[in-house]
Ligand binder design. Structure first.
Ligand code: GTP
Ligand code: SPV
Ligand code: MN
Length: 578
């Protein structure tokens, strides 16, 4: 590497604090070379070539998927590891019962012992990045030090990475410090540690997604939620989409669903045909993270801090998410998908072809389980999305009209309801639950409380977090209305009651009608609900389907409310119906 790329351990920046930190880390980790990333095409090309040469990236079929690569992670390193993720505050109470906690001195000692000498034989990459449009006052910067070139090329897609970010960091003088090493990829020697009081992250032993791309969950959610509370804003696990009606009015909606529960899909929604023909359009601003702050007009203004999508591959198809499928035809890094005989990426739910190799590179045999790992992902630039909104680059963000919470709930929770006011909306978000998914290691399909889809990502005590949310309800605030949705309700045979995907626009239309004061609602148990005919039926959508998805069963809700009143920390996993 050192022969290919310019290396300079101490002279990569004019910011003394940054130069000193890089030197200190180099002294600890003992890399063979230090490379300051500029984010250029040439640098990216060299890294890709290098990874192709060492086998860590496999080029895909250039005819069907130009510029696309496959990365196979270590089979024990395929998802976030919540049990190994810590928030290390001086006081344990600051991290809250919702986080694993370790005293900062102990955590630093533990991590520094792991980092000692860990980059021998490797190159240390210095990755300056900006979360948010580079000229946005809402954006925040960080520097990730990593020994993984896979992390570097992913960070280049997921963030504004390189020289412009470094220039902003040098002007501001402050930045989040993220130190990452693959280590030995040993699950026994793997920790993701956060030090919010020091704006520092230390991650060791994983090369995967949210464990290793430190700008994402570690910075933009765990540390940012901490900063947001101090500075009066919100850092949330939410997509941001714009909905343009036939009159040309655009409403922006932010929606929090837990991992692998539909954010990317909703953010890129393609309207049903009748809506398309009438002139409805959906614009994608973000698919995973939303930073919002009250503007002078009292509204919440939001940016997507990311520049790319690290999306779930399984289930993505021309039918479910045609925008995503188009977006990932070129210049995309695939992780842990299967391969067809002619080296096209493949996953369950894509189409009915049979792959040749599974995600581990073995000859595909259904006896080994799914061909693609259930948490297989694509990394792609946001601008490649056909529904990409140019407002994604707006330094001031977009105004949010509605906030939507939702989870994967096979029973009980109706298709949609509206909170009666902001405080009730905060309650609805705080009490939401969802079935666990393959995005984190552990058992899949257990219902757990996941307040605001932030259970794995809130960098401080949930009680303080709810209080922070409540504090936005001030005189003069023009807060969004809050809703709860459930696309995942099932019938007695286990089939989804609601077709989901593009059809979800029918629910969003009702939400916008409520925001605009155009739709009636009735007060049902959980909150305000559509009156008959409130959600638009159509040729492919019967009123009966809508009615069934909206049903509220009093007995189910009694059990739900009873479960909600348990402290979520001791929440039983099996007591509520899924
Ligand atoms: P993270 O990136 O982990 O935060 O996930 P996400 O919230 O962006 O989830 P994503 O949109 O990638 O969806 C995850 C899975 O849920 C995919 O397999 C989708 O096909 C499926 N899914 C998404 N939306 C719907 C829906 O409306 N109905 C049904 N039945 N499945 C859906
Ligand atoms: C999630 O798990 O919510 C993700 C994927 O968005 S990861 O980046 O791995 O956290
Ligand atoms: Mn996510």
């Amino acid at each position: 590497m050192s022969a290919v790329l310019k290396t300079e351990a101490s002279t990569g920046t004019s910011l003394a604090a940054l130069a000193a930190w890089v030197q200190e880390v180099a002294a600890l980790t003992q890399p063979d070379a230090v490379h300051w990333c500029d984010g250029s095409d040439a640098e990216n090309r060299k890294l890709l070539e290098m990874m192709q040469a060492d086998g860590s990236l496999i080029p895909l079929n250039p005819g069907t998927h130009p510029g696309c690569w496959l990365h196979r992670s270590h089979p024990d390193d395929v998802a976030r590891v919540e049990h190994l993720t810590f928030v290390c505050t001086r006081e344990a109470t600051a991290a809250g019962a919702n986080n694993h906690w370790m005293a900062p001195a102990e955590a630093h000692a533990k991590m520094d012992a792991l980092f000692a000498g860990c980059m021998r034989g490797r190159t240390l990459y210095v990755v300056p990045y900006c979360m948010g449009p580079i000229d946005s006052p809402l954006a925040r910067c960080g520097v990730e030090i990593t020994d993984s070139p896979y992390v570097v090329v992913n960070m280049r897609i997921m963030t504004r990475m390189g020289t412009p970010a470094l220039r902003r960091i040098e002007q501001e003088g402050t930045f989040v410090r993220g130190l990452h090493s693959l280590g030995e990829l040993d699950p026994e020697r793997r920790f993701i540690m956060h030090f919010p009081e020091e704006l520092t992250i230390k991650s060791y032993g994983s090369g995967y997604g949210g464990n290793a791309l430190l700008g994402k969950k570690c910075h933009a959610l765990r540390l940012a939620s901490w900063q947001a509370r101090e500075e009066g804003w919100l850092a949330e696990h939410m997509l941001i989409l714009g909905i343009e009606n036939p009159q040309g009015e655009v409403h922006y909606i932010a929606a929090a669903f837990p991992s692998a529960c539909g954010k990317t899909n909703l953010a890129m929604l393609v309207p049903p045909q009748a809506y398309r023909e009438a002139g409805w359009k959906v614009w994608t601003v973000g698919d995973d993270i939303c930073w919002m702050r009250p503007g002078p007009d009292g509204k919440l203004w939001a940016i997507n801090p990311e520049a790319g999508y690290f999306g779930v591959a399984p289930g993505t198809s021309a039918r479910s998410n045609p925008n995503a499928l188009t977006m990932i035809q070129r210049d995309t890094i695939y992780t842990n998908v299967a391969l067809t005989a002619d080296k096209q990426p493949w996953w369950e739910g894509l189409d009915d072809r049979v792959p040749a190799l599974d995600w581990r590179g073995r000859v595909y045999d259904p006896a080994n389980g799914p061909a693609a790992h259930p948490n297989a992902r694509f990394t792609v630039s946001a601008r490649q999305c056909p529904s990409w909104s140019p407002r994604s680059e707006d330094a001031g963000g977009v105004p949010i009209s509605a906030i939507v919470f939702g989870g994967r709930r096979a029973s009980t929770i109706p298709l949609v309801f509206e909170a009666r006011d902001w405080a009730h909306g905060v309650f609805v978000g705080a009490t939401m639950a969802s079935e666990t998914t393959a995005a984190a290691t552990g058992q899949v399909g257990l219902v757990r409380r996941d307040p605001m889809a932030m259970k794995p990502f809130c960098g401080y005590d949930f009680a303080e977090y709810f209080a922070h949310w409540l504090s936005f309800d001030t005189a003069g605030a023009q807060l969004p209305k809050i809703f709860h949705v459930n696309w995942f309700r099932k019938d007695a045979e286990g089939n989804f009651l609601w077709p989901g995907f593009g059809e979800n626009l029918r629910v969003l239309e009702w939400i916008i009608d409520r925001v605009e004061g155009r739709a009636e609602a009735r007060d049902a148990g959980p909150g305000l609900m559509p009156v008959e005919g409130g959600i638009r039926a159509g040729e492919d959508m019967s009123a009966a389907t809508i009615e069934r998805a909206l049903q509220v069963d009093a007995g189910d809700w009694e059990r739900e409310f009873a479960d909600q009143t348990l402290s979520w920390g001791q929440a039983r996993k099996t007591a509520v119906p899924a």
